[in-house]
Design a protein around this ligand. Structure first.
Ligand code: BGP
Length: 471
């Protein structure tokens, strides 16, 4: 629907930006931090950066927060590394880990920047993984204990909490993003049992948050796409519904409605993948309520009806944003109406409006976009980075948020990925997303200097104009 006059962004709209601990901090073994499954990634190709130094945010956080303040950010979405707080996941607490996040959060609050804290962003403690990871129900207890420790320690300074970053991507693309741990689990029955345990851990963390921090707000942060049918053929439409339920709605219904989406549950039972349920499991899920839904949006996906053979599956890179196809379920289809970025991710700003509308229609919970961005091989030329392609990407997505607001959708924040260049899950530092360039290469740390990109000055103006001036 086109509008004659556009809606302004709400005065309290949280203009922010995002990172994750393991991809930005570095210092993976410093000050008592224990190893996580992503610190010791076996899948990392030899020619891209690992996470040992990353952007060295651990040592440079004060300088970075000063840049975030200069940008005008009202919020900063980041994650706490579980293994900085509890090095082996469920043993002793590490005082140096607590101290680091107190310093970071104090710097943010001193500059008027709202911390939005993700409890778990892909970085399961390696020690827990050694004992079975999410296959072991004891990991649920360990996660709740970790959450309660963090709530008790930082609850007086943090009002917004995210439980699990992209649980659906850990389930569907764990190998690509490196979260499967030492077992490299690819057995779907095992993975969906692990998935069920993560749902329980999330539910118990949300309930603990409401019990301990009555003023705080907490929600999940899945990766969500709108799924399009390749044609108006009813079989394509059904396939799109099926994939939407399995990729997206399962991970929204469980936290938001307290139960598995019926289509997703039918998929699991029909294929013998349904998890074993503990006596209280469904009650635990039903009793936990999110205050909002956060989600990460990069693109949409297009699918057709399965042909029942290998032609259903097309691997174009095969990661969290590449639609893969599943024999007997749906066929991956390239959307010829959409351009792609350098990594094959389709670019669909209008899809963000569609996704916002659909989520609002189904859940009627406040929404915040906690990731959205364009990975690109930025070039530093004479001390500048002219990332007009990133400005264009972000501008077109912000325009769609404004239209979604006019559609009546309650969106309260936007945190592009990323505030500052960091290391991609599997494609190194060269796949840059930040408003701030970090001067290092894959294997040459250089001086790690921070350099404001053109998009830094553009976003500064967007925020200053409260979304009115998109350049
Ligand atoms: C999301 C993750 C982020 C970040 C982002 C960009 O799925 O939540 O941590 O990695 O994708 O993807 P990549 O790093 O693979 O380029």
């Amino acid at each position: 629907m086109k509008y004659q006059n556009t809606t302004a962004f709400p005065p309290e709209f949280l203009w922010g930006a995002s990172t994750s601990a393991y991809q930005v901090e570095g210092a993976t073994a410093e000050d008592g931090k224990g190893p996580s499954v992503v610190d010791t990634l076996p899948h990392r190709p030899h020619d891209v950066a690992d996470f040992t130094v990353a952007s060295d945010h651990y040592h440079r956080y004060a300088e970075d927060v000063a840049l975030f303040a200069e940008l005008g950010m009202r919020a900063y979405r980041f994650s706490i590394a579980w293994t900085r707080i509890i090095p082996d996941g469920d043993g002793e607490i590490n005082p140096a880990g607590l101290a680091f996040y107190h310093h970071l959060i104090d710097e943010l609050r001193a500059k008027g920047i709202e911390p939005i804290v993700t409890l778990y962003h892909f970085d399961l403690p390696a020690a827990l993984d050694e004992r079975g990871g999410w296959s072991d129900r004891a990991t649920i207890d360990a996660f709740e204990r970790y959450a309660r420790i963090v709530f008790a320690e930082f609850g007086g300074k943090v009002r917004y909490w995210l439980t699990v970053n992209e649980q659906n991507m850990m389930v569907l693309h764990g190998k690509a993003i490196g979260t499967t741990g030492r077992s490299g689990d690819t057995d779907q029955k095992t993975i969906y049992q692990q998935n069920h345990h993560m749902f329980l851990a999330q539910a118990r963390a949300m309930s603990a948050c409401h019990e301990m921090l009555p003023e705080a707000k907490i929600g999940p942060a899945p990766n969500i796409v709108s799924v399009y049918a390749a044609t108006c053929d009813p079989d394509d439409v059904i396939a799109a519904d099926d994939w939407d339920a399995i990729r997206n709605l399962m991970y929204l219904d469980v936290p938001a409605r307290g139960s598995y989406h019926p289509l997703a549950w039918s998929y699991l039972t029909e294929r013998g993948l349904q998890p074993e349920l503990g006596e209280d499991d469904l009650a635990i899920l039903a009793s936990a309520k999110p205050d909002f839904l956060a989600f990460n949006y990069y693109s949409t996906q297009t699918v057709g009806a399965s042909r029942g053979d290998a032609s259903d599956v097309q691997i174009r890179g095969g990661d969290q944003q590449i639609v893969r196809g599943e024999v007997g379920l749906y066929r991956a289809v390239k959307n010829d109406n959409l351009p792609t970025n350098a990594f094959g991710w389709e670019i669909d700003p209008t899809g963000l409006r569609t996704t916002l509308r659909r989520m609002w229609d189904r859940y009627r919970l406040p929404l915040i976009i906690t990731e959205n961005g364009l990975g690109a091989f930025d070039e530093l030329v004479n001390g500048r980075v002219h990332d007009d392609y990133r400005i264009d990407y972000l501008r077109r997505h912000i325009e769609q948020i404004r239209l979604a607001l006019a559609d009546g959708v309650m969106v309260f924040g936007y945190c592009p990925w990323t505030a500052i260049d960091l290391v991609s899950t599997h494609q190194g530092i060269g796949k840059r997303y930040g408003f701030v360039y970090v001067n290092r290469d894959e294997n040459d740390l250089k001086d790690l200097a921070r350099i404001r990109k053109d998009s830094f000055y553009w976003y500064q103006q967007v925020i200053a104009s409260h979304g009115d001036d998109l350049g």
